[in-house]
Design a protein around this ligand. Structure first.
Ligand code: ADP
Length: 636
């Protein structure tokens, strides 16, 4: 018996006692080793004329034996000599080994972490097997050898038999325990499933015997037209290639039909609708990768739930590393589905190390740029599609701008669309700016839940009367997004109810200021009645029609206050409200009368009513609806 090297032993210890939830990856690891071994032989045949290969012989086989409780992964690859077995299987794999400077590093780290960090290839077999036998015959050699181990102390290597070059890895599964069912791997269905899941696009056929049923031939004495005849069935086994081999993402877009893409999308990402767009990328040069991305045609029901996981499937040379690599997609493109395959990435890369992987970051960058340019193209050339896209996923983009505190505004702002009151359709910010009359300085938007209500806001009417357009922000994230952007093409984005909107002429301003001054005492009383609800009461320079409106100073608008108050965290964010009055409205005269008559009850009543009315118009709840109702009754 030869002993394992210290670091290998520590790792094996971890494997054997692993509670790693992802044990099923053992099959992926073994198949990927098998595929590498076939690759090596294949490449040898390309450069070495003495190697004559029949390409049909290049294959991988998976088999199981229920009674013996074994799973066998075989390949017709390059095989190993006894020395190579000693070197390759006796010590922990090279990829990881350099990093284990100190074997003690291992003991202090948890198994999942190590498996993730270094990947352990062959040794992962010991997560499910109590004994592993490797029978191998190197290409060009007449001898075969058997490596055998229980993964604890050491291993043996002895001469053995194998008809052809290649390797069999035979796992004897661990005994079942109350917690762990290893027998589940002894099933055609399970193995097939694992092969599909992890190794579907391995370049060589992965073959397995599968059980099928067929109708037994009709006995000779039963006439063709005998209606009472019940056919009998029998089961038989047949070898089948389980994997699909050629990854669709490696193929040029021109070679694949839309239907093939759509079917692949639907079956892989469990959607029942075709994708809106399919993006196929083949990057060559310093950074080589293939990517196949899909923009779904509809919003997944859980997109905005906590459980939704964004990410792209990550493959390295056709072998799945991770089915949802979140680092490949920014949050604002969380709706994109797809696959990235890069042979430059090591197979054994964990979530932790991925983030630090510069290769992957570079790919993520490119993928992001590609998505952006595809969306821009759709926006410019297929407006209907884009609008449907935006209805489904515009929210993610707005969130992206908001959560990046506006740092993504330049990149993403061009993708935004809002409903234009003037055009009565979606417009982009650029289109809005293009349509601005020369005298218009800012971009105006109104925020609230209903288009109809917003279009009737006094402030909106004032702006429309000037001939300026107003963008309707009816999604809760809209205003937060606008605020994070602050500007678009050097034009300020302004909420129509912000008190710093400066649309009045000098004359109008002067008149309003004077009226405010003349009514100083009245406004002081009103402010007192309203308390902290408003910061001041004044005459509006622009308000027409309505008797009063609420505007806000500072960063929080009424709409933002309303949305934030619904936030379960319960944090209270108050807007700074200004009650603006229309001095020309008959109601204003009534207020003045009440003040002059020193009728405090009436003044309080009128002030309350005006304030609450303005709240309602602004789409805000009123604090005390009962009193408000009573007050109205009193007047009636
Ligand atoms: P890795 O695949 O990351 O190099 P493994 O622990 O999975 O590490 O395998 C160690 C080595 O054993 C491989 O590099 C390869 O040389 C050899 N090996 C494993 N499986 C096979 C196989 N089926 N055929 C030939 N060589 C193999």
């Amino acid at each position: 018996m030869r002993k394992f090297k210290t670091e290998s032993k520590k790792l094996l210890d971890l494997m054997i006692n692993s509670i790693y939830t992802n044990r099923e990856i053992f099959l992926r690891e073994l198949i990927s080793n098998a595929s590498d071994a076939v690759d090596k032989l294949y490449f040898k045949s390309l450069t070495d004329s003495s190697v004559q290969l029949d390409k049909d012989e290049l294959e991988i086989r998976v088999a199981f034996d229920k009674d013996a409780r074994t799973i066998t992964v075989s390949d017709s690859g390059i095989g190993m000599t006894a020395d190579e077995m000693e070197k390759n299987l006796g010590t922990i794999a090279h990829s990881g080994s350099e990093e284990f400077k100190d074997a003690n590093d291992l003991a202090s780290t948890d198994a999942a972490d190590i498996i993730g960090k270094f990947g352990v290839g062959f040794y992962s077999a010991f997560m499910v097997a109590k004994e592993v036998r490797v029978v191998s015959r190197a290409y060009g050699s007449d001898d075969a050898n058997v490596w055998e181990s229980d993964g604890i102390e050491g291993y043996t290597i002895q001469p053995g038999e194998r008809a052809q070059h290649g390797t069999d890895v035979i796992l004897t599964l661990k005994d079942n325990t109350d917690d762990d069912d290893f027998d589940k791997y002894l099933s055609e269905y399970e193995l097939r499933d694992l092969i599909h899941k992890y190794s579907n696009y391995v370049r060589y056929p992965i073959k397995m015997e599968v059980t099928k049923t067929r109708e037994k031939p009709r006995p000779d004495d039963v006439p063709e037209d005998d209606e009472d005849y019940k056919p009998e069935y029998e089961s038989y086994t047949e070898e089948e290639t389980i994997n699909s081999m050629i990854p669709i993402w490696k193929r040029r877009k021109s070679e694949v039909t839309d239907e093939e893409y759509n079917e692949f999308y639907k079956s892989t990402f469990h959607d029942f609708e075709d994708p809106l767009r399919t993006i196929s990328v083949h990057a060559e040069g310093a950074l080589e990768y293939d990517a196949l991305l899909f923009i779904p045609g509809r919003q997944p029901y859980d997109l905005f739930s906590r459980d939704y996981e964004k990410g792209l499937a990550l493959y390295s040379s056709n072998v799945l590393i991770m089915d949802k690599c979140a680092d490949l997609l920014p949050d604002y493109y969380n709706f994109v589905k797809g696959i990235v395959d890069s042979s430059d990435l090591s197979l054994n890369i964990s979530r932790e190390t991925l983030q630090r992987n510069s290769q992957l970051r570079a790919i993520a960058n490119k993928v992001e740029k590609k998505i952006t340019s595809e969306l821009e193209k759709m926006r410019d050339n297929a407006r209907d599609d884009y609008e449907s896209f935006f209805d489904n996923f515009g929210r993610s983009i707005k969130f992206g701008i908001y959560t990046s505190y506006g740092s993504k505004a330049d990149e993403l702002g061009g993708l935004l669309m809002f409903y234009s009151l003037k055009e009565q359709k979606y417009v982009t910010l650029d289109e809005y700016v293009e349509g601005m009359p020369e005298e218009q300085k800012d971009i105006y938007f109104a925020a609230g839940d209903s288009l109809d209500r917003l279009s009737k806001l006094p402030a909106v009417k004032t702006i429309r009367a000037k001939g300026f357009d107003v963008l309707m922000c009816t999604q809760d994230v809209d205003e937060f997004c606008m605020q994070a952007m602050r500007q678009w093409k050097e034009k300020d984005l302004k909420n129509v109810t912000s008190s710093d909107i400066d649309l009045a002429s000098d004359d109008e301003k002067k008149v309003a200021e004077e009226a405010t001054k003349d009514n100083e005492d009245l406004f002081k009383d009103m402010k007192e009645i309203l308390g902290d609800n408003v910061t001041k009461v004044e005459v509006s320079a622009t308000l027409k029609g309505a008797p009063a409106e609420l505007t806000t100073t500072g960063p929080v608008s009424l709409e933002m206050e309303r949305i934030l108050s619904q936030n379960p965290s319960g944090q209270e964010v108050k807007s700074q409200r200004v009650l603006e009055l229309n001095a020309e409205h008959p109601v204003f005269a009534k207020l003045k009368d009440a003040k002059e008559a020193d009728d405090k009850t009436k003044l309080r009543l009128y002030t309350d009513l005006l304030y609450n009315q303005a709240l309602l118009v602004a789409g805000m709840p009123i604090e005390d609806p009962n009193t408000f109702a009573e007050e109205i009754c009193k007047l009636m």
